[in-house]
Design a protein around this ligand. Structure first.
Ligand SMILES: [Zn+2]
Length: 351
């Protein structure tokens, strides 16, 4: 599968935190031919293993889940209320389209409704919005009809728009956080397919990052890696109104090497190693400004006796929003550095 089709497929797949089955099955099909073993643990993490010359292990991590919602309440008049799965800014939600997955697996389209501007007072128009004030309209008139359509409290939902290539180097789609990281891992496996690996490579596609790094915690425990690299689609905020010191990363400036975030301070020798990998490949790179966001590295580095861990990300604008944007070149360069990491990290950190 080529890069655009891979990103399109993974972006379109439904998988809010706790409901990653579709993403897992899609990834399982993609990685099975590339590895020696595929396992799924009790939480739903997918772990793909390629045996190396040594049984020591490198772990690559990418989270399968995306931010989404659950139905929290059904109103008598058929409107649905939402609870968040992951971090949302409620101000950006009104009037977007959602897909709700009912228990049969079928998706039902709805709108996050809002009162028409015509009837709002000036004061109401400037009031802040909370998720509890919002509702989803699926076009029915009563809770009875909702029941007949097989909706239940707890059904998961995402905001859903199609993936598009808007110009030769720019892509838009949902869930680039972290399907971009998942796609980096798949392509790294593809590119390493015919190479002997010094150490065993365990690629963990994990669940429930957005609600507390949960899948990564159990994945790292069972893999017992010597070295780990978390792959992310991270916050690019190089947009009007944001001063440079508040831009975690910038789109189009190459892979983002993390120095530290709220969950983890990256060891300096790991930061330098990742910089050198990019330099030796003649690739641009940038640092993700500390200390924004949290990543699976926060859980992985403190597994068991501790794990030497790094983080590299594809800069994506508008994550945790209905549509994200990324550059193909940033993505491809992140794959190159990730591949080099798998090849060279044992030598650097192996003793
Ligand atoms: Zn993420």
């Amino acid at each position: 599968m080529n890069t655009i089709d891979l990103l399109k497929t993974l972006s379109a797949t439904f998988g809010p935190s706790g409901f990653e089955t579709e993403v897992r099955e899609t990834l399982r099909g993609l990685v099975k031919p590339l590895v020696d073993e595929v396992q799924v643990d009790a939480l739903g993490n997918l772990i793909a293993i390629r045996h190396g010359q040594s049984t020591r292990k490198i772990m690559l991590d990418a989270h399968m889940d995306e931010v989404g919602f659950m139905i929290s309440h059904i109103e008598e008049n058929g409107f649905l209320r939402l609870a968040p799965l992951g971090g949302w800014d409620a101000r950006i939600l009104p009037s977007h389209a959602v897909s709700i997955q009912i228990r049969s697996g079928e998706k039902v389209r709805g709108i996050i409704g809002s009162a028409p501007p015509h009837i709002l007072t000036a004061e109401e128009r400037h009031k802040s919005i909370e998720l509890v004030d919002l509702f989803v309209d699926v076009g029915v008139d009563s809770a009875k009809e909702i029941e007949a359509l097989n909706f239940h409290v707890g059904d998961p939902a995402v905001i859903e728009y199609p993936f598009q290539q808007v110009n030769s180097n720019t892509l838009t789609g949902k869930a680039f956080d972290d399907r971009a990281g998942c796609a980096v891992a798949v392509q790294a496996l593809q590119q390493l397919q015919h190479e002997n690996l010094p150490w065993t490579l365990a690629v963990a596609f994990v669940v429930r990052e957005e609600i507390g790094l949960r899948g990564a915690r159990t994945a790292a425990y069972q893999i017992q890696p010597d070295i780990a690299l978390a792959l992310e689609g991270t916050i690019a905020a190089d947009v009007p109104g944001v001063p440079p010191n508040k831009q975690p990363t910038q789109m189009g400036k190459g892979p983002a090497i993390s120095i530290g975030d709220r969950s983890f301070i990256v060891p300096r020798e790991m930061v330098i190693f990742l910089e050198e990998l990019a330099q030796n490949l003649n690739l641009p790179y940038q640092h993700k400004t500390p200390l924004y966001g949290g990543t699976d590295a926060g859980a992985i580095h403190e597994s068991r006796e501790g794990v030497m861990t790094g983080i590299i990300s594809v800069p994506c604008r508008y994550i945790h929003a209905p549509l994200s944007m990324m550059r193909l070149t940033d993505f491809e360069q992140t794959v190159q550095v990730t591949k080099a990491f798998v090849q060279q990290a044992p030598k650097r950190f192996g003793s």
